[in-house]
Write a protein that binds this ligand. Structure first.
Ligand code: WT7
Length: 658
């Protein structure tokens, strides 16, 4: 089990942070909801569903035929109406939905709920005019700009499930996703800004779509103004197609189980899984969790989720949850980088951000840059801090609380997954205490446990596998086009419960600590990356014979990708140490998947350590990559191989230092 947190040391520390009195006094802090939800979790979720506007009320709460759930059966609603129209109708049209801030310092725009309503209606009309109908899939390949939200909500409004692909993925990766769910249209941009410089995006889409015969339309938002290739009939400028449309659009209500979106995520095989989310249960789950976990006060808070919309965190906690709750958010196009170390703190001071939600890897980056970067700024507006994506080490938790939160803002460590749709395990800031490094307890209405190899719950003070023991409204409804894989991945490891793929521990109080993945999935900077997918990309290179990829502990990114490869023939003699070849391989992975999947290190080795039956022993490679004593080597076919790889790694390290 990969333990990212030095757990035992922590458990001995026993540091606890009680909920601050200001937060306990908030109307959102209702301690009784734990008991109420425990008594009747279906009644609890019904109450949460009542926070939304339904065109038709459901007949009953849940149909559960393991592993298939239907929530709010018979209910009808429109997700976009819940995220936009109802706030305008309630007289809140002038409220800002997004303070959007571009990567470039001077570029910014406020988008109110009335603006959002107008733009979403126009975009929905444009999509309809292009022949997109309810049920058709639409791919969205866009950076962090308001049009991305408009595009998603326009799709939702007409019942066309979107699949947003993170704008850093390669053409090959984009094509795979478009083909897997057979998209009819793609919405994209001409280019995007990265650290102040324009970078082309449309050529990637052109490349991807060239082999996607069912994509009939490509809608292009002008962002950089750079020259692009154009295919008449297929390509349409957003401003030509959307701007002239009527500002009203009559939204149809869809079944609670109508597909809302598909989000691809990595698994233990080379092929990403299309995780399917539907409408009513999902929206109920993300809006309720967003309200309680961040103590959201829509009239006064400025909420900032610093994730990218291309991942599930952006879907649930930038778009659907906050908008369903009528929140005012900050939306920032850029990412932290060493050339601009205090940009975040300037943004928080200037916009008086009250709630910040980010990943431990980002916090560790700020820690490395030092607290002096933020001490020049007034961050006293911050009152709740969230963490997501990977286990947060206690040092990072305490730094976040102390320096960013001024020693007063509670940290909520929220555990969830693309598959869970929304947060499942978390403290509640005005109710529960917090322990640095612990996600604490299931959200009201959620039932989780930690079980041993046989599926038996472990006692307090022990570790095992995290399982979810009751269906929940935001849960995935399947893997697009692969029912067998859905059952196998999540519902076959233990009888009758959802297997999350994470290790976890219950401490002496029964509080939950998440320990990282127990499968061959890595977590790099809070992004889920599959070892098999990278191995597949590497062996696709003509000079690679075999490849094994492992995640090695990394102080900043949590885990880092380390690859071991054997080559066909030999690397050119003039390529000292294979440097150029290794760079070539790294670029090859970037082309196949995207720059985020580039290995930190690639070791060329004459052989890989294998068992007598020919299985690669990744466990030993992980030991080597982390420079540890090797574990049990008795099943190894040739024990000299691991020594040799280790020596080579040491040589390489010396060369780099020298
Ligand atoms: C995996 C899911 C959920 C949004 C971002 C990632 C890990 C996530 C935590 C946390 C420990 C965490 C798990 C999980 N993870 N949050 N608070 N503590 N681990 O979504 O890409 O679907 O990855 O991220 O290992 O299984 P994802």
């Amino acid at each position: 089990m990969a333990a990212n947190v030095a757990l035992d040391a922590l458990l001995h520390e026993h540091r606890r942070f009680p909920p601050p009195p200001e937060l306990s006094a908030s109307a959102n802090a209702q301690p009784e909801i734990y008991d109420e939800a425990a008594k009747d979790h279906l009644a609890f979720w019904e109450q949460m569903a009542e926070r939304l506007d339904w065109a038709e009320r459901w007949d009953h709460v849940l149909d559960w035929e393991l592993p298939y759930a239907k929530w709010f059966v018979g209910g009808k609603l429109n997700a976009a109406v819940n995220c936009v129209d109802r706030h305008v109708a309630a007289g809140r049209g002038d409220m800002v939905a997004f303070h959007w801030v571009a990567d470039a310092e001077h570029d910014r725009r406020d988008v109110t709920y009335a603006d959002l309503h107008r733009e979403v209606c126009k975009a929905a009309n444009a999509l309809t005019e292009l022949g997109i109908q309810a049920g058709d899939r639409v791919a969205i390949y866009m950076p962090m700009i308001p049009e991305t939200v408009v595009a998603m909500l326009a799709c939702a409004r007409i019942g066309a499930p979107h699949t947003v692909v993170f704008c850093g993925f390669s053409a090959e990766a984009l094509r795979g996703r478009i083909l897997d769910c057979n998209c009819r249209a793609v919405i994209t941009v001409d280019g995007q800004f990265r650290r102040g410089s324009p970078a082309p995006v449309k050529p990637t889409v052109d490349d991807a779509v060239a082999a996607c015969p069912d994509v009939r339309h490509v809608l292009v938002v002008r962002r950089t103004g750079d020259e692009v290739n154009w295919q008449d009939g297929r390509d349409h400028w957003w401003h030509d197609a959307v701007d002239p449309q009527p500002e009203e659009h009559e939204a149809q209500a869809f079944d609670a189980e109508h597909p809302l979106y598909i989000m691809y995520t990595s698994g233990t095989t080379a092929k990403p899984k299309g995780i399917l989310h539907t409408t009513g249960g999902y929206l109920t789950h993300v809006s309720a969790t967003h309200h309680y976990i961040f103590d959201l006060q829509p009239e006064t808070d400025v909420y900032w989720c610093a994730a990218d919309i291309g991942w599930v965190t952006g879907h649930s906690y930038i778009v659907y949850g906050p908008l369903a709750n009528g929140a005012t958010s900050l939306m920032y196009e850029g990412t932290p980088h060493p050339g601009d170390k205090d940009r975040w703190w300037k943004l928080i001071e200037e916009h008086k951000v009250t709630i910040l939600y980010t990943a431990p890897t980002t916090i560790r980056t700020f820690m490395k840059w030092g607290a002096q970067e933020l001490q020049r700024y007034d961050l006293s507006s911050l009152r709740v801090l969230g963490s997501v994506g990977e286990p947060i080490n206690p040092e990072a938790w305490i730094w976040y609380h102390t320096y960013v939160g001024g020693g007063k803002a509670p940290v909520v460590d929220t555990w969830w997954q693309t598959e869970t749709g929304g947060i499942l395990i978390t403290p509640l800031p005005g109710i529960t205490e917090a322990k640095p490094g612990a996600a604490m307890r299931p959200f009201p209405g959620i039932s989780a446990d930690v079980v041993d190899d046989e599926g038996k719950p472990v006692p307090n003070g022990s570790g095992g596998f995290l399982v979810i023991t009751q269906p929940w409204p935001g849960m995935l409804r399947g893997i697009w086009g692969d029912d067998q894989r859905y059952r196998h991945t999540y519902w076959s490891r233990f009888d009758g419960v959802y297997f999350a793929g994470d290790g976890a521990k219950k401490d002496e109080d029964g509080d939950l600590w998440l320990l990282g993945r127990v499968d061959d999935v890595m977590n790099v900077s809070g992004h889920r990356i599959s070892t098999a997918e990278i191995e597949h990309a590497l062996v696709g290179h003509p000079s690679v014979a075999e490849a094994a990829v492992v995640g090695a502990t990394d102080a900043i990114t949590g885990q880092a990708i380390v690859a071991f490869v054997t080559v066909r023939g030999h690397v050119a003699d003039d390529d000292a140490g294979g440097e150029r070849f290794v760079e070539d391989l790294r670029n090859h992975v970037a082309t196949a998947i995207g720059p985020i999947a580039k290995p930190r290190q690639i070791m060329i080795t004459p052989e890989l350590p294998k068992t007598r039956s020919g299985k690669i022993m990744r466990r030993l490679l992980r030991d080597i990559a982390e420079n540890r004593e090797l574990g049990d080597v008795t099943t190894l076919l040739d024990p000299t191989i691991t020594d040799m790889i280790r020596e080579r790694m040491a040589d390489r390290a010396e060369e780099h230092e020298g």
